[in-house]
Design a protein. Structure first.
Length: 121
């Protein structure tokens, strides 16, 4: 009986679907896009048993904000700063990450006159 259970256990290991490798998406602005801090995070992640074979995607976008604010005349007036909220759904749907790391803030401190509507959001 013991041999049958052992054999059955071994067979189950071979027919059990393998868990997908982790997928890490790193979001942010030009500091993320530049990749220097991302390389350090990737190195730290890969030193763990969980993320050794992970797919790590740097999807930083220069000039992007989390606030949705943009100053008049950004990029010579050709376009406003991009906002993560406009692409986040597509990024998550297309990459199906198991972990998301985000770094925003440098572009979010744009001066705006006081607006009660922004405050209430």
């Amino acid at each position: 009986m013991y041999r049958i259970l052992t054999l059955l256990s071994i067979c189950l290991v071979f027919v059990t679907p393998r868990a997908e490798e982790p997928r890490v998406v790193i979001l942010g602005d030009s500091i993320t896009y530049d990749g220097r801090w991302v390389a350090r995070v990737e190195s730290a992640l890969r030193s763990t048993s969980t993320y050794t074979n992970a797919t790590i995607l740097n999807l930083g976008l220069p000039s992007e904000t989390a606030s949705g604010l943009s100053e008049p005349g950004h990029a010579g007036g050709t376009f406003p700063r991009p906002c993560i909220h406009d692409r986040l759904g597509a990024v998550l749907t297309q990459t199906k990450p198991t972990l998301v790391i985000a770094c925003y803030g440098m572009n979010d401190g744009i001066y705006q006159p006081f607006d009660p509507e922004i405050l209430s959001a």
